[in-house]
Design a protein around this ligand. Structure first.
Ligand code: PLP
Length: 429
């Protein structure tokens, strides 16, 4: 048999999916079943001991969710993946295995607003802390790392401004200091960027956005590169030391490159219960089948709208990295050569009030707190998604009060532009 390497378009349709062995069903069925029958008592014992793989109970594993996990791991080039009930759950899942009370992460300050809030406040209740740094300043990132740092966290294409992180530089730093790099790849998707190729240990996703692609699902995923040596430093005892709840099993020693994935399922999903349901997994699998086609169109539409906005005298600036005027444009060649996705912001010279009026006057665009939909979406981040932040944090995150965020959809670009044009006229009248 000759070895073939299927391309992305093939894998996004076929990875993880095979005809259902019982019925021949071609599309991945929704296995809407809580529990799965054991062959006999020995089979049940082997499954519970993690000596044999199989389905027990859908809080842990489910065939529809497993197909999506395999597809995500394949598209990201990882060893394994675990799906979670939301993107935010996936972030907690990624940290849960690595962290302990008193430990910290060093995180980019350019993040999805909800993540800034999760990292600034909520994780402190677990005794964890995040140190926020400008990831364009490598010296500052390195200076923030201390003995209690357990991970470095950033977004590949950062929300809300669409800035591109230099994953190669951050990955090299993480490698040098022996820490895992976690990359939120939600805005780029594995079609535009594959963080593991730039040194990421774990990749996290909100499946809610471009991956499902049509605003129907809330879901998340953590993909493990399988490349990190969890036993080298003694800093990750959940993976390197005996696990009392599994008769002293050592996850890294036993499962090698799948140590994180198995731990996340066997301990994380078992005890935190942030499980993705099979119906959501099914919708997401269908969405991913057209991911590359949609991302191409998202990117070409975003370029057209961003170019038009940049030329408009009512607009102060546009942050889209796909514009040659962007300081991040050159990074596309290395990090996301196929495009800079369709999430960016622009600022109105007329300020905050005009931004609010603009949003109240759009017709085609939807005013919603979401992104990565077939529909074009608009939001004023400072009064919504980034509302919990201080003004200094808003500005650092790229969500200043005079800034509007767009997620450009798949409609005719001319229609998106026409709607923005008429709403801008009303906003500055
Ligand atoms: C939406 C989003 C999240 C959170 O995902 P949910 O599915 O809403 O929990 C995390 N990171 C980024 C970049 C996002 O856009």
């Amino acid at each position: 048999m000759t070895e073939t390497h299927p391309g992305f378009d093939t894998l996004q349709i076929h990875a993880g999916a095979r005809p259902d062995p019982a019925t021949g069903a071609r599309q991945v069925p929704i296995y809407q079943s809580t529990a799965f029958v054991f062959r006999d008592a020995d089979h049940a014992a082997a499954l519970f001991n993690l000596q044999e793989l199989g389905y027990i109970y859908s809080r842990l594993t489910n065939p529809t969710v497993a197909a999506l996990q395999e597809r995500m791991a394949t598209l990201e080039g990882g060893a394994g993946a675990v799906c979670c009930s939301s993107g935010h759950a996936a972030q907690i899942m990624a940290l849960f295995t690595l962290m302990a009370p008193g430990m910290n992460i060093v995180s980019s300050n350019r993040l999805y607003g909800g993540t800034v809030t999760q990292f600034s406040h909520t994780i402190r209740r677990f005794g964890w802390q995040a140190k926020f740094v400008d990831f364009d300043d490598l010296d500052a990132v390195e200076a923030a790392i201390d003995d209690n740092t357990r991970a470095i966290f950033c977004e590949s294409i950062a929300n809300p401004g669409g800035y591109i992180t230099d994953l190669d530089a951050i990955g090299a730093l993480a490698d040098r200091v022996g820490l895992p790099m976690i990359v939120d790849n939600t805005t780029a998707t594995p079609y535009l960027c594959r963080p593991i190729e730039h040194g990421a240990t774990l990749v996290v996703h909100s499946l809610t956005k471009y991956l499902t692609g049509n605003g129907t699902v809330t879901g998340g995923c953590v993909i493990d590169s399988g490349k990190f040596d969890w036993s080298a430093s003694g800093k990750f005892p959940a993976l390197s030391e005996p696990e009392p709840a599994y008769h002293g099993l050592k996850f890294h020693e036993t499962f090698g490159p799948l140590a994180f994935t198995f731990n996340a399922i066997a301990i994380g999903l078992r005890d935190l219960g942030m499980t993705l349901n099979p119906q959501a997994a099914h919708y997401t699998l269908m969405g991913i089948e057209t991911l590359s086609l949609r991302m191409q169109r998202h990117c070409t539409n975003a370029v057209k709208v961003a170019e038009w906005l940049e030329r408009d005298p009512r607009v102060a600036y546009v942050t889209y990295a796909g514009l040659p005027s962007s300081p991040y444009y050159k990074r596309m060649d290395r990090i996301c050569p196929k495009g800079a996705s369709s999430l960016f912001t622009f600022s109105l010279k007329a300020g905050y009030e005009a931004c609010v009026k603009l949003i109240d006057n759009v017709n085609l665009l939807s005013h919603v707190a979401n992104l990565g939909d077939t529909r074009s979406l608009i939001i004023h981040s400072a009064s919504t998604t980034h509302r919990q932040l201080t003004e200094a944090q808003q500005i650092a995150a790229g969500a200043a009060p005079d800034v509007v965020r767009l997620s450009i959809g798949l409609e005719d670009a001319e229609d998106i532009i026409a709607d923005l044009d008429q709403a801008l006229t009303k906003a500055v009248a």
